[in-house]
Design a protein around this ligand. Sequence first.
Ligand SMILES: Nc1ncnc2c1ncn2[C@@H]1O[C@H](COP(=O)(O)OP(=O)(O)O)[C@@H](O)[C@H]1O
Ligand SMILES: [Mg+2]
Length: 363
Amino acid sequence: MPDDAIQVDAIQKLYGTMKAVDDVSFSVAPGEFVSLLGPSGCGKTTSLRMIAGFIEPSGGSIRVHGRDVTHLPPEKRDVGFVFQNYALWPHMTVAENVAFGLKLRRKSRREIAAKIEESLSVTGLSGYEDRLPKQLSGGQQQRVALARALALEPELLLMDEPLSNLDRALRVTMRRELKELQARMKMTTLYVTHDQEEALSMSNRVVIMNGGRVEQIARPYELYETPASSFVADFVGITNFFEGTLMRCAEDWDEVRLASGQVLHARAGAGQGGQPGDAVRALIRPERVTLLSGPEEGANILRGQVMLAEYFGAVLRYSVRLDSGETLRLEVHNFDAILENGTPVHVRVPPEHLRVLPLDGRA
Ligand SMILES: Nc1ncnc2c1ncn2[C@@H]1O[C@H](COP(=O)(O)OP(=O)(O)O)[C@@H](O)[C@H]1O
Ligand SMILES: [Mg+2]
């Protein structure tokens, strides 16, 4: 779209014959928070650094607010960058670190002082002007890195795993602060992470990458509820996978026969244009499976026994060995007791929550 803040079109990066990034396209709208999410080595950092101008693409184009920046150096792109390792100058104070880029841009003393004050204030660092980085906690150092990027008022903010060096409690707090700040300033942000919780909770949209390619681009809810591939279903959240064969596609319901012979109903259209006889995977999220209080007859009711109960306080996760041989994981949120291993159980897989995906080669 012509109004996009970032438009990435079929970018590629080859290292020898290795395609680190292979035909990646996506866009970011003004004010939007988009994450690149994927396992280590899938090409997130390389993509982000091509957009920042630190790495020359082997192919494709990058536009920032409609302007082709593909071959411009980083300083001509008006892009702020926050790295995983903060990259602060150790011998400079907080204020000097923030002022550094402003001085390079030959801003006046007054302007620099005002920018330091403003960017330290929005990042909650007022009063820390004269500290050295080593006198700050990890979270504070990362906020200095953020303040330094914000002080330049970039059109775009690019962040590469900015929270992954922090301990968990701080990461969760910083995640909220960062998102709140980004939304308040309506800062167009492209954020790289391998942490699905971060991506889901912070982003307007998520680009899921795998092996240098884009698997799916979607809002967090769509990504979780309607993953486009087995890879996405497996990477985002926990999923039960059953291999089987599509047996029936009809107006009332679809049917999948699992390898064990067990037949499951799925809502009509779940087979997504597949043909009876196609090899498929049936997918169900653990929280969609119902633990029944006693034996029941009917479609999609399965018998088994508890193999493992994992108690997490608010959530109880069971692994159930089905009579048909498969293992099914399910999650219970309101419970009064924890079932012992070996307890026989009946569970129901609601047809409306069973997804059916073709057995694609990439999963
Ligand atoms: N300078 C380089 N030379 C050769 N291979 C590289 C270079 N940089 C990255 N790679 C490879 O490219 C792939 C993508 O790397 P990267 O973008 O850093 O992944 P991510 O950030 O998703 O973990 C990896 O297989 C990595 O080993
Ligand atoms: Mg990386």
